[in-house]
Design a protein around this ligand. Structure first.
Ligand code: AMP
Length: 218
């Protein structure tokens, strides 16, 4: 199954992609995680990306398209994949269409995780991320919280781009550049809307049950 998980920053994409990848047995292809790994390694791409990511801006389309072109051709993606964080612009969506055509595959479903704006802001301001595996945790801002990741004991830190000014910029970039992609996929009748305002388990159940239904809901 080839899926695309779509939603605003802090809509729960990463958390759900993690779980769905396990439940469906397909790799999660998260461009944000790929970029953060490059930043940590201080590669040429990482150095270029870091400045943009710190501001909440997008990394140029041609770099992202090349990353995806290489990643989707790796053997673990042969039977399927779950895209998380790509495409983020209409140009990336069009490039993905061309890539899929060249690879003789197609995207089966675009899952749109819908969460109201005020909830996104609330989640971003209470989010801590594991420094090792990138898993997100949500806590009430200013309240005591555990220091380590349940999975691997990694330190829980505020992501640089979750700081309030950058987070606001990321949401406006999302509205301006990323949201228009929905029209592209609605034209292809691929979009299923998932109400993301529920517990993590409930949202996973909603997604899995929508995948069992033969036709996209919208
Ligand atoms: P994420 O972890 O998906 O929230 O991504 C973190 C940051 O990485 C974004 O704010 C962008 O700066 C960059 N990024 C991730 N995916 C893309 C993409 N498909 N196109 C451009 N920039 C991206």
């Amino acid at each position: 199954m080839r899926l695309l998980l779509f939603g605003a920053p802090a809509s729960g994409k990463g958390t759900q992609a993690d779980r769905l990848s396990e439940r469906l047995g397909v790799p999660q292809v998260a461009t944000g995680n790929i970029l953060r790994a490059q930043v940590a390694l201080r590669t040429e791409l990482g150095v270029r990306a870091a400045a943009l990511m710190e501001r909440g801006d997008l990394v140029p389309d041609e770099l992202m398209i090349e990353i995806i072109r290489v990643r989707l051709r790796q053997p673990d993606c042969t039977e399927g994949f779950l895209l998380d964080g790509f495409p983020r612009t209409v140009a990336q969506a069009e490039a993905l269409d061309r890539l899929a055509q060249a690879m003789a595959i197609r995207i089966d479903r675009v899952l749109y995780l819908k969460v109201p704006d005020d909830e996104l802001v609330r989640r971003i301001s209470g989010r801590l991320t594991c420094a090792i595996c990138n898993r997100s945790y949500f806590f009430d801002p200013g309240r005591p919280h555990p220091e380590a990741c349940e999975e691997d004991g990694g330190l829980l830190l505020v992501r640089e781009d979750d700081r309030p000014e950058t987070a606001r910029r990321r949401i406006s970039v999302y509205v301006e550049n990323t949201l228009p992609i929905l029209v592209h996929y609605r034209d292809q009748s691929l979009v299923t809307e998932i109400d993301g305002l529920a517990s993590v388990d409930e949202v996973t159940d909603r997604i899995l049950s929508s995948l069992r239904s033969p036709h996209p809901a919208s």
